[in-house]
Design a protein around this ligand. Sequence first.
Ligand code: GDP
Ligand code: MG
Length: 448
Amino acid sequence: SLSDRLTATFKNLRGKGRLTEADIDATVREIRRALLDADVAVPVVRAFTAAVKERALGLEVSQALNPGQQVVKIVNEELVGILGGETRRIRLAKNPPTVIMLAGLQGAGKTTLAGKLSKWLKGQGHSPLLVACDLQRPNAVRQLQVNGERAGVPVYAPHPGVSSEFESATGDPVAVARQGVAEARARLHDVVIVDTAGRLGVDAELMQQAADIRAAISPDEVLFVIDAMIGQDAVNTALAFNEGVDFTGVVLTKLDGDARGGAALSVASVTGKPVMFASTGEGLNDFELFHPDRMASRILDMGDILTLIEQAEQSWDKDEAARMAKKFADQEEFTLEDFLAQMQQIRNMGSMKKMLMMMPGAANMREQLENFDEREIDRVEAIVRSMTPHERLAPKIINGSRRARIARGSGVHVSEVNGLLERFTQAQKMMKKMASGGGIPGMPGMAG
Ligand code: GDP
Ligand code: MG
């Protein structure tokens, strides 16, 4: 998975202070592969990775993150930005009813979505009316009526046998749409959802019909419904509908399947229109607001790596990091006090442990984490506190009798004092190495 590959890439980057072009290329290469795996359209992948690389080259060195993590952070920000940043809500009309038109290829999930959306809006206190304008397929009107019944939402449809002042509309989807909206206004429905016909491919006649419906009812929102499984065809289909009906938002369906959702990025990227909803099953409740951030991690399949990056940034104590950096610059000795301060920094990140363990790519970190125990930090603290100030600054003087005294004072076995001093010596060596290399490690305490 990408997480595994990125973890491997990060490992090589760990401890480096500066991002080189080669570092960036290595990470960007993995990202490119992941995007193609997620079925993001090729030209979109190309433009995207170029933008990421350009941003990464101008990057300032972060103290909380290693270079690979920094690149991933940029990738995520760019992805979320293209996918629409904040989740956009439906724009409600100043003068009701709010008119929502659905458009898209046959089988995309429009009629199913009409039911879901109406139920969801009803749950929010609206009183929607569904309008059946797919007069192309024999069963389409009936299908919408079934969905309406399940959602408890009325359906306006031209069907023989029910007398209506609008009965003349039968057969003409544009007239049905117009009269459906009039019906909603007359019956004080505050939202109208207009279901339309689709074909298997982009089709001039049908696109004209959709454009005519749009012109007739001036919808507040035109939602382009697209199957997440569509893959590389997403770009052409989206461009055709954007040109044909100038949609205002996108709904991605069938996200319950295997699709990684690359279509979302393709469509949003080439049309600039936000994805607003996600459809995740055949049931009426399988429907949610679209979350750009969640979709970004789904597309990249990064497990919780992003959450990890976020938390590493949040829990990193900037003052402490600055103090440590100054120490390196001044070539000061790394003391037991510093060691303790580092452990405490890690404790601040303690809540991450569980999450880190679940990360698909954390295999090589897992062992370290397995051994990491918060009580261990308490013991280290107790041991260090039992030392005299002089011992803390010059641990070399801690001989056998001092070790025994410290162990008694902190309530641990002498072997634990020995273990701590050993680990401290290792960390001290590592810090020296890093100081001479000019770099500051991403997570210093982890490297002990
Ligand atoms: P339309 O031609 O655009 O109106 O598409 P439909 O609403 O008739 O849906 C086509 C098929 O896809 C139906 O069998 C739906 O049950 C199914 N479908 C729609 N949305 C989803 C979804 O989010 N997940 C899954 N698994 N199936 C869906
Ligand atoms: Mg339909």
